[in-house]
Design a protein around this ligand. Structure first.
Ligand code: FMN
Length: 182
């Protein structure tokens, strides 16, 4: 981890967003710009976004389409972004969208913000509540905000929030025996 750029080393996915922190329009625009400049197959740019700032109408429409358990913490985020992709028939649109969200996440870290992504979402509910055209597939909700106090979370979430993060060792990921620096 020590050799990673700090933009990656300091990234993690909290639930303990600061419920008083607001995201400026400039910060939101910068996050979307990072997503916009992601690479995609044939430069198709299949990603589409609906952005809600806390307590505005779009935010509420996104929030109600999360699991009730997730609404408890996601409602504290400064921004909820619904990320969708255009179903144009090419099979890698979701992959492209994931790259766009990854870029957004790195940019968020650069701005001192944190991101937690959610795929446990009500797709039909989001399509209806955000009036999405049928060619769009809602795919992931991106919660963005500043880090708050983990102890202010509901008690059952505190242990997860403060637990050590783990990853598989690199040797487990490598399919060949080539030296990967371990
Ligand atoms: C595509 C994707 C979907 C996710 N969906 C959820 C989700 O529905 N609910 C949730 O609490 N976390 C969700 N997460 C967060 C992951 O659980 C988290 O990234 C993972 O545990 C690794 O933790 P880290 O991001 O802090 O390294 C999702 C993350 C990704 C990338």
């Amino acid at each position: 981890m020590t050799d990673l750029t700090p933009l990656l080393a300091f990234r993690w996915s909290p639930r303990s967003f600061d419920p008083g922190a607001e995201l400026s329009r400039t910060e939101a625009a910068t996050l979307l710009e990072a997503a916009r400049w992601a690479p995609s197959i044939d430069n198709r740019q299949p990603w589409r976004f609906a952005l809600g700032h806390r307590d505005d109408d779009t935010f509420k429409r996104i929030l109600v389409n999360l699991l009730p358990a997730d609404q408890r913490w996601a409602g504290r985020a400064s921004m909820l972004l619904l990320a969708a992709y255009a179903r144009t028939g090419h099979p890698f649109a979701a992959y492209d969208l994931g790259q766009a969200v990854a870029h957004l996440t790195v940019q968020a870290t650069a701005l001192g913000l944190h991101v937690r992504q959610l795929t446990d979402i009500d797709h039909a509910g989001l399509t209806a509540d955000l009036d999405l055209p049928p060619e769009l597939r809602p795919y992931v909700v991106v919660a963005v905000g500043q880090l708050g106090d983990p102890l202010s979370l509901p008690a059952d979430l505190v242990a997860d929030e403060t637990a050590l993060r783990h990853r598989r060792p690199l040797a487990e990921l490598m399919l060949s025996c080539a030296d990967a620096g371990q």
